[in-house]
Design a binder for this molecule. Structure first.
Ligand SMILES: [Zn+2]
Ligand SMILES: [Zn+2]
Length: 400
């Protein structure tokens, strides 16, 4: 009976039907597809297993973000590429002149003296789940800021209440990925002279412990990017007292670890409103430094949109105010699309990423792991970084 040719034709048809239905199931399951090819880490020693197929992974669809970001990988933000850093780390950038500096502005000196290591540490301890925080009059202790986890909402409420307590106007800016709504947090201090000119200070509130494809119940993210989040809030507190001529927006993006969602969406809003963004400074991972020298990397995407101007401001500000930081103009594209400055660069704005050293010997070994805790951060180093960013922010805000 098995010899009969019709039996084999029958088997072939059955096999074909099975293949077709498999294909249809895959198509239907597209929104939970798993792109393991792009979600691996490039750095030795990191968690780089592919996510299990049943994990939630929303992949943005056509129309979620402006077409200026087309072609970008929408999975796995905040992924640096040390191979690219190694290839390009000795590329010489243009020489930066740090001579002929004006005397320090006493108003700016007073401002940087207000940067509080205790404030920075307190916010980071709360965001990374080491100590409880007060939210809505209740004491809550979170363990994660994963974008899919409700505890990110608690962290956002905490930050929102912190801005309100400082008398700074704050709101949530929603965006959609595949029809699901997420939010960024936006605080604004309007300019006193020309509020239409806007400086954006960015950070990402979400965190990961290496598996951002699904709900992570524990993801401390003290350095990444609890440090940037705390820095932005602390700078807002000080900038409030400066009454700067231009407007400053303080951004806490979400969905960064999933693929820069929040910042793509927010850069689209800003660009659609034809906002005059004078500069965007993204602060992502500024609290790790385990060797002498206090190196700080400033990434301008090889002068993309003229962003090298921001690097020059950093070099000159650090020297002028005697801040204990050694700035490095990385002059490569290793991280151009790896943090929230990317969307703003796509829209033609000047933007940089400010980050601790990113190369073989200076890289944070706790990156995207359960060890990304405050105890492993260098708070005095971070405090110097915040001072440097504050000076440049004050300058872009119209105070020279
Ligand atoms: Zn990250
Ligand atoms: Zn990050």
């Amino acid at each position: 009976m098995f010899d009969h040719p019709y039996v084999w034709v029958g088997f072939a048809l059955l096999a074909l039907a099975a293949l077709i239905s498999l294909f249809l199931v895959r198509k239907r399951g597209e929104k939970i597809e798993v792109d393991s090819a792009v979600d691996h880490d490039h750095h030795a020693g990191h968690n780089h297993q592919a996510p299990p197929a049943d994990q939630v992974l929303l992949t943005p669809q056509e129309g979620d973000f402006s077409s200026v970001h087309a072609g970008k990988k929408w999975t796995g933000g905040c992924k640096f590429d040390p191979a690219e850093v190694r290839r390009s780390r000795f590329m010489a950038g243009p020489k930066i002149d740090t001579t002929n500096l004006p005397a320090p502005n006493p108003v700016v000196v007073a401002a940087i003296n207000q940067v509080s290591i205790d404030n920075l540490k307190d916010t980071m301890l709360k965001l990374s789940g080491e100590i409880p925080m007060m939210v809505g009059g209740k004491s809550v202790q979170i363990a994660t800021r994963n974008t899919y986890h409700p505890e990110l909402g608690i962290a956002m409420s905490y930050m929102e209440e912190a801005y309100k307590a400082l008398g700074i106007s704050v709101s949530r800016s929603p965006y959609k990925v595949r029809g699901k709504t997420f939010e960024n947090l936006v605080a604004v201090i309007p300019g006193s002279v020309d509020p239409k000119k806007v400086l954006i200070l960015g950070s990402h509130l979400d965190s990961t412990a290496g598996r951002p494809w699904g709900i992570e119940n524990k993801a401390p993210g003290a350095d990444d990017d609890g440090s940037g989040s705390a820095a932005v809030l602390e700078m807002a507190r000080i900038i409030k007292g400066l009454k700067l001529p231009y407007t400053v927006q303080f951004l806490h993006f979400t969905g960064e670890e999933q693929g820069l969602w929040g910042s793509y969406a927010y850069s689209d809003i800003v660009a659609a409103a034809k906002t005059d963004v004078i500069a965007m400074l993204q602060i992502d991972m500024i609290a790790y430094c385990n060797k002498p020298g206090n190196r700080l990397d400033i990434h301008d995407g090889v002068n993309k949109n003229g962003s090298h101007e921001i690097v020059v401001k950093f070099f000159r500000a650090i020297k002028r105010y005697g801040i204990n930081i050694n700035p490095v103009d990385t002059h490569n594209n290793a991280v151009t699309d790896r943090s929230d400055q990317a969307g703003f660069l796509d829209h033609g704005y000047k933007a940089v990423l400010i980050s601790e050293e990113f190369s073989d010997d200076g890289f944070n070994p706790n990156y995207h792991s359960l060890n990304d805790r405050v105890v492993n951060c260098n708070m005095p180093y971070m405090t110097e970084v915040v001072k440097a960013v504050l000076v440049v922010a004050a300058e872009y805000g119209g105070l020279n």
